[in-house]
Design a protein around this ligand. Structure first.
Ligand code: ZN
Ligand code: ZN
Length: 368
């Protein structure tokens, strides 16, 4: 692990230099975990990796977090932990570690109060976003990372396979979600990230979570669930269920269109094609069947240490896919007030195609 981390730090440093940035400043979050293996708490007190284009890498940490930092891979990576006390100014301390810098990059999720305090401490230094350096690294998964994503995919598939134990007419979405949450952990995740149980008309709202609606016979139900494994990698998979009685004819009709669109996207996605063209392949099929306006969102998002990260599979993203990129393919069709459906798989680009990490049936599953 330390070996992988130090390679990441080397690559980040090379990319920082190439981008004409004097230092990366990375606060707690997925970027910090990716670079150092340290899953630091995001607190009001500043914790910040200072990765200069040249010279020693340091981690600024509040005194009370010092032992946590020292227990992480940070010391083994040769990163000095510089702690600060309650009466010290950590922003001035940060500035003192990057003397002569004219351009620094802060991680994209750094809290605004910290970004502004850094600006105040270094008024002449231009600030830019670190994603330009870190996202291209995080987007290309190593074999070890792909293995972790494969395990996460298998774990969430096991939960979908058990859906018939919990999802039935007469129960509320919230009751079903509680059981799903227990299973997400029991089947191999460390935590639950989200649970969507969209029954009947609620299925037409892509980010509906759960409600106290009682599921009725004949309801189509969108179940989109995900968690994070002990290794820190995320799962995310949507399947569709029909409960108690046959669905209505409109649902059957557009579900077929959706199935074709999602299959065409899986068939098409590979290194060398652009992210937006993957979106277009599915959207064209849904458009020509007359459901274009009902496909309310982008096709997908990258996934790794976070459920949503780059690359985004969306119109206008001309990023050319490269081997080792992990992302979702999840077109949906939503008829407001009636029902909806989404089919979502996580895939990873291989040298000449994709590996699909979710393997349960993509057809809607009838449960009694
Ligand atoms: Zn997703
Ligand atoms: Zn999802």
């Amino acid at each position: 692990m330390t070996h992988d981390l130090s390679e990441r730090l080397d690559r980040a440093r090379a990319a920082t230099r190439a981008a004409g940035i004097d230092a990366l400043l990375v606060s707690p979050g997925a970027d910090l975990a990716y670079l150092t293996g340290y899953e630091a708490k995001a607190l009001e007190r500043l914790t910040c990796l200072v990765l200069p284009a040249e010279g020693a890498i340091r981690l600024i940490a509040p005194g009370l977090e010092k032992s946590a930092a020292l227990a992480s891979p940070v010391p083994d990576l040769g990163i000095e932990v510089v702690s600060w006390g309650e009466r010290d100014d950590p922003y001035a301390l940060t500035a003192s570690l990057v003397p002569g810098a004219s351009r620094i990059a802060v991680d994209n999720h750094m809290w605004a109060e910290k970004v502004l305090a850094l600006r105040h401490a270094m008024p002449a230094v231009q600030q830019t976003l670190a994603n330009q350096v870190i996202a291209p690294l995080r987007m290309r998964k190593s074999d070890v990372e792909v293995g972790h994503l494969r395990d996460a995919g298998a774990a969430i598939d096991r939960v979908h396979r058990r859906m018939g134990e919990w999802l039935r007419a007469g129960r509320t979405e919230r009751q079903v979600a509680r059981d799903i949450g227990d299973a997400i952990v029991a089947e191999g995740h460390q935590r639950v990230d989200f649970i969507i149980v969209g029954s009947g008309p609620n299925g037409a709202s892509p980010h509906h979570e759960v409600s106290d609606r009682v599921i009725e016979a004949g309801d189509a139900v969108v179940v989109d669930i995900g968690g994070t494994t002990a290794e820190g990698y995320c799962s995310d998979c949507t399947r569709n269920y029909v409960v108690g009685a046959a669905p209505d004819a409109a649902y059957v009709e557009y579900f077929e269109v959706l199935t074709q669109a999602q299959a065409a996207q899986r068939e098409y996605a590979r290194p060398g094609v652009s992210a937006d063209s993957v979106d277009a392949v599915g959207r064209d099929i849904i458009d020509s069947a007359g459901f274009g306006a009902a496909f309310l969102h982008r096709t997908g998002h990258g996934i790794g240490l976070e459920t949503h990260e780059e690359p985004y599979i969306v119109a206008g993203n001309d990023l050319v896919l490269d081997a080792g990129m992990a992302f979702s393919i999840e077109p949906g069709i939503y008829l407001e007030g009636r029902h909806g459906a989404r089919i979502e798989d996580i895939v990873v680009t291989t040298p000449d195609g994709i590996e699909v990490l979710n393997t349960t049936s993509r057809d809607y599953v009838l449960l009694d």
